[in-house]
Design a protein around this ligand. Structure first.
Ligand SMILES: Cc1cc2nc3c(=O)[nH]c(=O)nc-3n(C[C@H](O)[C@H](O)[C@H](O)COP(=O)(O)O)c2cc1C
Length: 339
């Protein structure tokens, strides 16, 4: 509907990345506009309905964490046809994040590298935003740099969400890596379990070699033993990037896709069919979504694909999935996952 690739994207890409990003956010905050466009973007195929750890979804395409860190335009994202939104990552206190430049594009390979480091307005201000514009289905991504901070953030945010995703995997926030230690991770889950009432997800880091695989799958095993309801696989890949002020950041977009499929398959093998898996990393079209679902994902999440493909990306994926169901005589997305 909107001439995104021909007109809006070149305009946005002529600006420095973070400025373009802020402009995009301002446009998405025009709630009435997206509500008006909703009938065009939203898919109503009942075959796409599914559930994620008991959360009912109209389709399996979600917005990944980081797109709306402060929960300022989540209803607009649902109007674009997403089946659910992940708001945040929210931290307990407001944070500046890392110094700029902290977001760069690689248009040829349709990727981004960011070193944002959790800039955000903090839990209380996010809760006020959610009170002003409630949204469902909503998963809130939370994090903290200490155990106490992480658990307290979880405690404050969970009542407002349908489920919570623990972000232990952003590569740009050094303190977060303490939760990759099996014992610290277990303690985090013990303390969260003592409080929680809703589905709990853990977002894992990606890996590219056997050593990384073993470490991450050990976290997945612990998560399963501790009763976590789902794994989101995965976050951005740590890379060196001299254009960023801090010299390194997290890679997102197309180059992640093959790893995403492999990691989803590994995680599915590890957890069996008792817990949910969300595929995240480089997904931006129906073929990629289908591949992720076929390798064991229950849903797909995306962020960079929204920037490169524009506001029609969820619609185009949902339509492609509907077409596939019809062509293969499948009644629902659950059936597709069983084939
Ligand atoms: C600018 C930017 C900010 C992000 N912020 C977060 C975040 O706050 N929390 C999080 O769990 N992931 C964050 N991510 C990672 C995404 O949620 C996702 O895991 C990653 O980008 C791979 O998916 P994609 O290729 O579809 O973007 C961020 C990604 C980008 C590009």
């Amino acid at each position: 509907m909107l001439p995104y690739k021909a007109l809006l994207r070149p305009l946005l890409f002529s600006l420095p990345s973070e400025r373009a990003h802020r402009l995009g956010e301002l446009v998405l905050q025009r709630r009435f506009l997206w509500k008006l466009l909703e009938p065009y973007y939203r898919t109503t195929d009942p075959g796409l309905k599914t559930s994620l750890a008991g959360i009912e979804l109209s389709n399996p395409v979600g917005v990944a964490a980081g797109c709306d860190k402060n929960c300022q335009f989540l209803p607009s994202l649902l109007s674009l046809g997403f089946g659910y939104v992940v708001g945040g990552t929210v931290t307990l206190e407001p944070r500046q994040g890392n110094p700029s430049p902290r977001l760069v594009r690689n248009p040829r390979e349709k990727s981004l590298v960011n070193s944002l480091g959790f800039p955000g307005i903090g839990a209380e201000a996010v809760l006020r935003n959610l009170e002003r514009s409630p949204v469902r289905p909503l998963i809130l991504s939370v994090a903290g740099l200490t155990l106490e901070e992480f658990v307290e953030c979880f405690r404050r945010m969970e009542p407002r969400a349908d489920g919570v995703e623990l972000n232990i995997s952003s590569p740009n926030t050094a303190g977060l890596r303490i939760f990759h230690e099996p014992e610290t991770f277990r303690t985090l889950l013990e303390q969260v379990n003592a409080e929680r009432k809703k589905p709990l997800f853990v977002k894992i880091p990606p890996y590219g070699n056997e050593e990384g695989q073993q470490k991450v799958l050990e976290l997945v095993r612990t998560a399963r033993q501790m009763g976590v309801d789902g794994i989101t696989a995965a976050n951005t890949r740590p890379v060196q990037e001299p254009r960023l002020r801090i010299g390194s950041g997290g890679l997102s977009g197309k180059p992640l896709f093959q790893d995403t499929v492999r990691i989803v398959a590994d995680v599915r093998k590890e957890v069996g069919d008792r817990i949910a898996v969300n595929a995240c990393g480089g997904i931006s079209n129906p073929e990629e979504a289908l591949q992720a679902l076929a390798h064991g994902a229950d849903t797909v999440q995306l962020y960079t694909g929204l920037i490169y493909e524009g506001p029609g990306v969820a619609r185009s994926i949902s339509r492609g999935l509907s077409r596939y169901l019809k062509d293969h005589d499948l009644a629902s997305i659950k059936e597709l996952q069983r084939t």
